[in-house]
Each structure stands twice: as C-alpha cells, then as structure tokens.
Write a protein that binds this ligand. Structure first.
Ligand SMILES: Cc1cc2nc3c(=O)[nH]c(=O)nc-3n(C[C@H](O)[C@H](O)[C@H](O)COP(=O)(O)OP(=O)(O)OC[C@H]3O[C@@H](n4cnc5c(N)ncnc54)[C@H](O)[C@@H]3O)c2cc1C
Length: 376
C-alpha cells in the first residue's frame, strides 16, 4: 500500500482525496492548517463544464438542484450606463449531463468534505520541514514525523510547503487589483453578468435557486508594500465604502441588498516552480494562481488534481507537463480579459465593444478561446 500526504484541504486537496477513495492501492492523509472548515461562507464560484464533468464522475450530479444554478449566458454590460453590449451562449459548451454551474464555494467544499473519511483529515497541522533526501519525510511542530511515498502540495497561493521544499523564490505578485466580494439578495438575472467599467469590473451571478447572488468586483488600485501588509486596511469600513463608491454600479445594487463585503489584494503567480523532485506534485493555486478574470482557478485545480493521479498511476510526468502548458495559455487569456474589461479611454471602449459583439457570435473564435478550455 502506497502512502500519500495531501497538504491543504481546499478544493484541490479535497478533490484529490475523493479520487483516492476509489484507489485500493493507496492510503492517504490530509494535513490542514485550519482547525475546521467553514461551510457557512456564502461567496460564489463558477465551475465550467471541464471541472463539472470531473466532479459529476464522483457524484456531484446528485447534489440538490436548489443548491446550484445553471446560467445559460454571460452578459457583457457597460457599467457607466448599464447597457448590454452582447452575450455569450454558455450552453454551446454543455453536454447532456454536464452544465456550466454557479454555486456557493462552501457547497462545493461541503460536498468534497462529506465524501472524505473524517479520520483521514488532520486539522491544526503545522508542517515545519520536509526532508526529500531519501524518500519523503514530513516533520510536524509537535516533534513527530512521518514518511510518505507521494506528496501533493495543495496549500494555496502562499504555499509554505512549496517554499520548504523548492529553493527558488517564486513569490506571488500583487497584480495591482483589489477584489471586493459580497452577497446580493434580490431579483437579479439568472445568468452571469459582467459589468465593465473604467479600471474596474464586477460580476453578478446566482449561487443557488433561493435568490442569492454572488457579487465580485475587481478594482485597479496601486498600493504601497506597507498598505499590502496592513490586513486591517482591507477590513476597514472606510476602505470598503471607498471601493463600493468608486464603482460605476447599476441602481439595482444598493446598501440594502449588498452585504457581507470583504476586500483583499489580488495576488497572482509570477512563474512556475521547477518540479524536479520525484513523487512530489504541486496542485491548485500552489502550482499556479491566475488573475480572477477567467473564473478558472478552481476548475483548473480540479483538472490538475485529476492529472496528478493519472501521473501517479502511469508512473509518467508527461500529463503534468502538458497541464502546465495548458495553464500557461489560460494565464494569458485571463490577463487579456482583465485588460479589456478595464479599458477606460472612450475610443478604446468603443472598439472593444464592436469586437466583443462580433466575437461573441463567432463560433471559430469561441471554440478556440473558450471551447478549448471548457471542453478539455
Ligand atoms: C476574487 C476571486 C474570485 C474567484 N472566482 C473563481 C471562480 O468563479 N471560479 C473558479 O474556478 N475559481 C475562482 N477563483 C479561484 C479559486 O478560488 C482558487 O483557484 C481555488 O480555490 C484554489 O484551490 P486550492 O485548493 O488550490 O487552494 P485553496 O482553496 O486556497 O485551499 C488551500 C487550503 O490549504 C490550507 N493551507 C494553507 N497553508 C497550509 C499549510 N501550511 N499547511 C496545511 N494547510 C494549509 C488552507 O487553509 C486551505 O484550506 C477565484 C479567486 C479569487 C481571488
């Protein structure tokens, strides 16, 4: 029986654990830093068909229909006048049993958690050292240590385990944007709406069938290194209010229906860590963190975890190397989306809108730009 350590019980780590439940030649342990999971969080997540297909194969299709939503379009709207520019039909990428899905992030985590035997999850884990000189030995803060055959590092963007093992310093970079998240209650569109403004954009979509919606804005903001380290700044009412008031919002959004606002600086990966250690894999945001303008972080985390298992089973790294190329192409598209969503010069906005109207109906473009990712 081979032993696998999974560091981090986020989307990637828990999904990988779910895959291992069907593998009788492997046993695993999850090491999670937190003391528990919070399944009350209401923020949303979009999952495209590529990850839904993988999730459905482990039973996600049986989740209650009231806990998810199936948007059929992405609407592109000009934020300063709330006029719709065009839309993209998402159903063209769906198939009979797999549909583009929006939901609460906590709904997904709860599903993955419920299918994981509780004795396999070690909360409050504090990994202090990983010795890879002869196999893989993990050392913990309580002076214990344990040996494993494989190590899956899925402890998120600021992965401590990655820096314990790999010497190069590839730190995530602040990408000059702040994210503002909140919950919206009311009677909004059942599709995904992207409002594009000057140096900012925001996205609204339903997270279930109970008139609850996710609100996420990405706002360009230069911040000093002191400001970036000041966690209180991002929580302060004054800062949150300044972010909200700076947005060109539709009148449908107001103080009464927008709640639980949170802000945080957006960090993205600046490169890939060279993966030169046998039987050690990086997954999810620990492998690569995208700008949040393609809504692919979670979907790619799931795909990567799936590929890692294929590598372990086949004993080859080829699939993993292909995945890195794929991730690189999504990174470029995410950065391009962010650039075009934030245009401010009226001349550029005018031509962007013409291009969007044309491209949103162009099957060849859509198949290349989205289909290659969604139908992967
Ligand atoms: C504003 C915003 C909007 C987004 N929207 C979308 C979207 O709509 N669709 C989408 O697909 N993606 C979206 N993403 C991206 C997505 O949330 C992430 O890519 C995804 O959560 C990554 O999963 P993960 O498992 O790698 O990391 P995480 O979900 O961050 O999980 C990491 C886990 O590791 C644990 N951990 C951390 N350090 C340690 C340690 N030292 N030891 C042990 N455990 C540790 C953490 O507590 C956590 O449980 C968005 C991201 C942002 C910022």
């Amino acid at each position: 029986m081979k032993k696998i350590a999974i560091i981090g019980g986020g989307i990637s780590g828990l999904y990988f654990a779910n895959l291992l439940n069907n593998q009788k030649d492997f046993e695993y342990k999850i090491f999670e830093k937190k003391d528990n999971f919070n399944f009350l969080e209401g923020y949303g997540i979009q999952l495209s068909v590529n990850s839904i297909k993988l999730l459905n194969s482990i039973g996600f299709k049986n989740i209650s229909a009231s806990e998810v939503s199936f948007p059929s379009k992405v609407n592109f709207i000009q934020a300063n006048n709330s006029k719709k520019i065009c839309d993209i039909d998402l159903t063209q990428f769906n198939d009979y049993s797999n549909r583009y899905t929006t939901l609460k992030r906590s709904t997904l985590l709860k599903f993955l958690f419920q299918n994981t035997p509780q004795e396999k999850i070690n909360f409050n884990s504090n990994i202090t050292k990983v010795d890879t000189s002869n196999g893989i030995r993990i050392f913990f803060g309580d002076n214990k240590n344990e040996e494993f055959d494989y190590l899956i590092i899925s402890d998120g963007i600021f992965s401590k385990t990655r820096s314990l093992i790999f010497n190069e310093s590839i730190y995530p970079k602040y990408n000059l944007n702040v994210a503002l998240r909140g919950k919206l209650k009311g009677d909004f569109d059942s599709d995904i709406s992207i409002y594009m403004g000057s140096n900012s954009h925001y996205v609204i979509y339903p997270v279930n069938q109970n008139n609850e919606y996710n609100f996420v804005a990405i706002i360009k903001k230069k911040l000093s290194s002191d400001e970036l380290k000041n966690y209180d700044l991002f929580k302060s009412d004054e800062f949150l209010a300044s972010l909200v008031s700076g947005l060109q919002k539709t009148s449908q959004i107001n103080e009464e229906n927008l709640s639980e606002l949170k802000s945080f600086p957006v960090y993205v990966s600046s490169g890939f860590t060279s993966l030169n250690k046998k039987n050690i894999f990086l997954s999810g945001d620990a492998l690569f963190t995208f700008p949040p303008s393609f809504a692919q972080g979670a979907s790619q985390s799931i795909e990567t975890a799936n590929d890692i298992l294929k590598c372990i089973l086949s004993g080859s790294n080829d699939i993993y190397e292909k995945r890195i190329k794929h991730i690189y192409s999504i990174k470029k598209k995410s950065a391009f989306n962010l650039f075009s969503f934030h245009l401010s010069n009226p001349f550029n906005v005018y031509f962007r809108n013409i291009a969007l109207r044309y491209l949103s109906r162009n099957k060849i473009f859509l198949d290349n730009y989205l289909g290659k990712i969604y139908k992967n």
